[in-house]
Design a protein around this ligand. Structure first.
Ligand code: IMP
Ligand code: MG
Length: 174
């Protein structure tokens, strides 16, 4: 990606402020009940790391790795579970922690899969919501930042596995 095509869309300060707000909302909702955060790899690795440190409620963590077939900037709608949870979610308060919801296929797949395992409750927290791009009916309970169209990178988000290490989120201009 050429330097001149990079534009900071959400700064690390903005991201930190939104995470602080989300953590307060979650801590208020769950109080002293234990939460299990399910981080969706790889994109959410920084988000879930920052979020869990701000949440006051007792929290445990596990991860899944999901992938939609194909590279590039468009989803194919076909999702596969590449790495399953190691812990049982039965009778736990579970929050799926996702980097971004675009078409919604990835989360719809995961939500249905986890619901079958009988958690006590199941909610969704996403850092970024591109709601106008939704192709299936799925909504997040906790939303960091809503945005319109456009492909973004940084703070865990990649383009062909690159740029996950950038502290800010950038818009890739077409
Ligand atoms: P969905 O299944 O279309 O909702 O796509 C969700 C997944 O696609 C996310 O978890 C990301 O991994 C990826 N994705 C969607 N939009 C972007 C983006 O703008 N930048 C980087 N990854 C994205
Ligand atoms: Mg992802």
């Amino acid at each position: 990606m050429a330097e001149q095509t990079r534009k900071v869309l959400f700064s690390k300060e903005r991201i930190a402020a939104e995470i602080n707000r989300l953590a307060k909302e979650i801590s208020n909702d769950y109080g002293n009940q234990e939460i299990m955060l399910v981080g969706v790899l790889k994109g959410s690795f920084l988000f879930v790391a920052d979020l869990i440190r701000e949440i006051k409620s007792p929290a445990v963590i596990d991860f899944v790795r999901l992938a939609s077939y194909g590279a590039g900037t468009k989803t194919s709608g076909k999702v596969e579970l590449r790495k399953d949870l190691e812990m049982s979610i039965k009778d736990r308060h579970v929050i799926i922690v996702e980097d971004i919801i675009d078409s919604g296929y990835t989360l719809q797949f995961l939500y249905k899969e986890l619901l079958q395992r009988q958690p006590k409750s199941l909610k969704i927290c996403t850092l970024i919501d591109k709601s106008i791009r939704r192709e299936v009916d799925i909504k997040a309970d906790y939303i960091g930042i809503s945005m319109e169209d456009g492909f973004i990178i940084g703070y865990g988000l990649d383009h062909n596995e690159k740029y996950r290490d950038l502290p800010d989120i950038y818009l890739i201009e077409e």
